[in-house]
Design a binder for this molecule. Structure first.
Ligand code: SAM
Length: 312
């Protein structure tokens, strides 16, 4: 297969691995080799990744290297040739860098945006740049790859037909509980990112607001050597994480079942009292329909459970 060539000047949003470097795609490597500029959150972190894949980032003029980042980590348009092709692009300099990057593309130079890991813009910088590209009529193209949120959802064993990505919760208990309260009755699966030093406090707040019986899957260090994928309830997960300090280290995604989500036979039995009462006055079919309206649980699942209760 021939190496794909770049489209006319474009902003590429390039995903990089979330742990296992083998997850870097050939398409990402080709693109990063061919673009004029690679905008990244941290030039040191990305420099190591790019070096691993033999992507050259050094030029004869180097005014955006690690020593200068912080003093002037922008590149003026007249430094387009022979510069360090790695540009710092982060929360604190995006307002300055965005117009410069757009100008570069308008002058015919393709630019790639990467983040420290995974897919840019997913709890990472880039929104302002992509928005500005659209506003300027500049083409934007995704070079797809890993994202921790989707990786976690794919192994969580929780309903995946509808889900919401919440990202990081507020760092403070009060703010976190307020956010969680607003999410309490959401029926879809919820995906949270969390920092290791806050995981226990956040799980405790989730258990307090959502209830200790709410289903959850804890996904830690995905694609790395000490990966954890642990399906549980919030109450039991707190014990699991507290019992092992290793579970409080590294990178983690918490995937929480939506309100009333049917995960397994045990969960549906929460509604047994209601179903038994409805069975006294109604047929199984009518009881299933009414219970589905009341609980939001799927009618078929309730119908099966009603048949079991009737046979008991
Ligand atoms: N843009 C990234 C993505 O596409 O997933 C996310 C960046 S965000 C700043 C970093 C957070 O993502 C971590 O704190 C963690 O919650 C999650 N994360 C990243 N890599 C992970 C991994 N290998 N396993 C579990 N969670 C991970």
């Amino acid at each position: 297969m021939s190496t794909p060539t770049l489209m006319p000047a474009c902003l590429y949003i390039v995903a990089t691995p979330i742990g296992n470097l083998s997850d870097m795609t050939p398409h990402a490597i080709d693109t990063l080799k061919q673009v004029a500029i690679i905008a990244c959150e941290d030039t040191r972190t990305s420099g190591r990744l790019l070096a691993h894949f033999g992507i050259d980032t050094k030029g004869s003029k180097n005014n955006n290297d690690d020593e200068t980042v912080g003093k002037d980590d922008s590149i003026t348009p007249d430094n387009k040739k022979g510069h360090n092709k790695l540009w710092a692009y982060h929360e604190h300099n995006s307002a300055i860098q965005t117009p410069k990057i757009i100008e570069m593309i308008q002058e015919g130079h393709s630019v790639a945006l990467i983040s420290d890991a995974g897919t840019p813009l997913v709890s990472d910088p880039g929104y302002q740049l992509v928005q500005a590209a659209h506003a300027a009529g500049v083409a934007v193209s995704p070079i797809v790859g890993a994202s921790a949120a989707i990786a976690a959802l794919s192994v969580a064993g929780l309903p995946s037909d509808r889900f919401s990505f919440i990202g990081f919760l507020n760092a403070k208990t009060h703010g976190r509980q307020k956010q969680l309260t607003a999410l309490k009755t959401r029926p879809e699966t919820l995906i949270f990112y969390e920092a290791p030093h806050r995981i226990v406090a956040s799980l405790k707040d989730m258990a307090e607001v959502f209830g200790t019986n709410r289903g959850v899957t804890f996904c830690r260090e995905l694609t790395k050597t000490f990966e954890t994928v642990h399906k549980s309830t919030l109450g039991a997960l707190i014990e699991f994480v507290q019992a092992d300090d290793n579970q409080q280290r590294g990178e983690m995604v918490v995937v929480v079942a939506g309100d009333n989500a049917v995960q397994d036979d045990d969960d549906i039995s929460i509604h047994d009292a209601l179903l038994q009462r409805l069975l006294i006055d109604l047929s199984v079919k009518k009881a299933a329909a009414l219970a589905a309206d009341i609980t939001g649980v799927k009618k078929n699942a309730l119908y099966q459970r009603l048949l079991e209760l009737q046979a008991e």
